[in-house]
Design a protein around this ligand. Structure first.
Ligand SMILES: NC(=O)c1ccc[n+]([C@@H]2O[C@H](COP(=O)([O-])OP(=O)(O)OC[C@H]3O[C@@H](n4cnc5c(N)ncnc54)[C@H](OP(=O)(O)O)[C@@H]3O)[C@@H](O)[C@H]2O)c1
Length: 431
């Protein structure tokens, strides 16, 4: 289609929307050359028309009426960067029905209603692009769909939440306690006022659902992803992990096994020599294994105005190319069935346990017996005297079935001299 101007409407002009506006302004010539048409944002939906918006392009008409964008026959591409499920979902559906191509950065929406929107796009012979919804500025979705198309993806493992990675890095490097590290992340804009979605692992689970669906060709229900929080991690855990040769990271893990998909998000002790151990602060990374390509790692900024807008703008360019070359359906094949999810109790892992016990002879022997009775063998042990006649014992087990480990932990809790189990985390095995 020989359009000299490709028109874009933004639903939202906040952090990501204004970054997208800035990139299109700054790199106008470069972008137009790549598309073969001028790319122009004509309208943007906002909530508050009175808000101060420095650097607003005077050619962009602001509106509080979504219909003015999604029903505008002049607009070719609708970009949803407002967030949340509703009304974003209805606006995207209406835009596709009206024949627009759609770009979105909305992980919550794509993780929960992605299949429905992709199917609608397919039915309308249009495309919906969502590169920015996972990993911010890191190219993940298109490389997985296109560049790795020849592979069967065996496993993925990622640090895909910048907030928790920032907090854990500050605890590790600056020895800040959890609360101080969280407050600093909030002050720097890396954590929201209500950070619970990030801390509890739900944000990472949304992103894992999107990635797993692509990598393992399965519909994935985000509610079936097991998640664990980082809020119980103390400086003592950080220091013991260090002494044992690990750093603590919130990992999102996905693997295809003969029994089904194993999907989980939990704090993990990562060996210092593993490539993910050196991913610090707000940076994200995805470590992937394909049967042909072997191991790969993607690394970069997982959030922020310009990095996220870089991915959004790339999607806009892709959508514009589809329109220009009349590639009607930009959407990938949509998984029609859901592979079974393997329950955590049926998976295997190495475990870290920190516990307090009375400092008296025989305690360690009883703990070792409880573990041995369930077939759990030990890899590493630290025992230190603490105050008030208490000893702190830190154990790392070999790889064991989860069910055996938790039965052994129940036995340990029954031992008289055990005062408490302070923390339990999974450990990534050294390869
Ligand atoms: N920020 C990041 O680093 C990042 C990274 C990856 C993905 N994302 C995703 O990108 C999306 C946008 O995030 P953001 O950080 O840019 O959000 P944001 O800064 O809060 O901006 C949201 C924008 O949408 C507008 N808006 C929200 N609800 C609206 C409604 N009901 N009607 C009209 N306008 C509405 C707001 O209008 P006002 O300006 O009038 O308030 C604002 O312009 C989210 O899905 C987020 O998960 C963000």
């Amino acid at each position: 289609m020989n359009k000299s101007v490709m028109k874009v409407g933004l639903l939202g002009l906040g952090t990501v929307g204004s970054g997208t506006m800035q990139i299109i302004q700054t790199n106008q010539e470069e972008i137009s050359r790549k598309i073969g048409s001028e790319l122009r944002i004509t309208k943007a939906l906002v909530r508050d028309l009175g808000k101060e918006r420095p650097n607003l392009d005077p050619h962009i008409q602001l509106t509080t009426d979504a219909q003015a964008i999604i029903a505008d026959p002049e607009i070719d591409i609708v970009v949803e960067v407002m967030g949340g499920i509703e009304p974003a979902r209805s606006y995207i559906a209406a835009a596709l029905t009206n024949g627009k191509y759609v770009v979105t950065a909305n992980k919550d929406l794509m993780a929960t209603h992605g299949s429905e929107l992709l199917l609608l796009a397919q039915k309308q012979n249009r495309g919906i692009f969502y590169e920015a919804s996972v990993g911010g500025g890191i190219p993940l979705i298109r490389p997985i769909k296109r560049c790795l198309a020849a592979n069967k993806i065996l496993s993925i493992m990622g640090i895909i939440n910048g907030t928790t990675n920032y907090i854990l890095t500050q605890m590790t490097e600056a020895k800040k306690d959890f609360q101080d590290a969280l407050e600093e992340a909030q002050a720097k804009g890396f954590a929201e006022a209500d950070p619970s979605n990030d801390l509890e692992g739900r944000d990472a689970a949304y992103k894992l659902a999107i990635l797993a669906s692509l990598c393992f060709n399965s519909a994935v229900d985000v509610n079936q992803i097991a998640t664990e929080s980082i809020t119980e991690i103390s400086l003592r855990d950080i220091m013991y992990a260090e002494e044992l040769g690990f750093v603590i990271k919130l990992l999102a893990l996905g693997e295809e096994t003969p029994e089904g998909l194993l999907l989980r998000v939990h704090p993990t002790l990562v060996p210092k020599e593993h490539p993910l151990a050196s991913v610090s602060n707000e940076f994200n990374a995805l470590f992937l294994k394909g049967d042909a390509v072997g191991e790969l790692m993607f690394y970069g900024r997982g959030a922020g105005s310009l990095p996220t807008a870089s991915a959004v703008t790339a999607d806009i360019i892709e959508a514009a190319r589809c329109i220009k070359h009349q590639i009607e359906n930009g959407a990938a094949a949509i998984p029609q069935t859901a592979k079974p999810i393997v329950p955590m109790a049926e998976s295997r892992s190495c475990f870290y346990v920190r516990l307090k016990a009375k400092d008296q002879p025989g305690v360690f022997g009883s703990v070792a017996n409880a573990l041995g009775d369930e077939g759990v063998s030990l890899d590493l042990i630290i025992q230190k005297r603490r105050d008030f006649n208490l000893a702190e014992i830190v154990l790392v087990t070999h790889d064991v079935p989860e069910a055996n480990f938790y039965r052994a932990l129940d036995r340990i809790k029954q031992i008289d001299s055990i005062r408490n189990i302070s923390n339990v985390m999974r450990v990534l095995e050294r390869s």
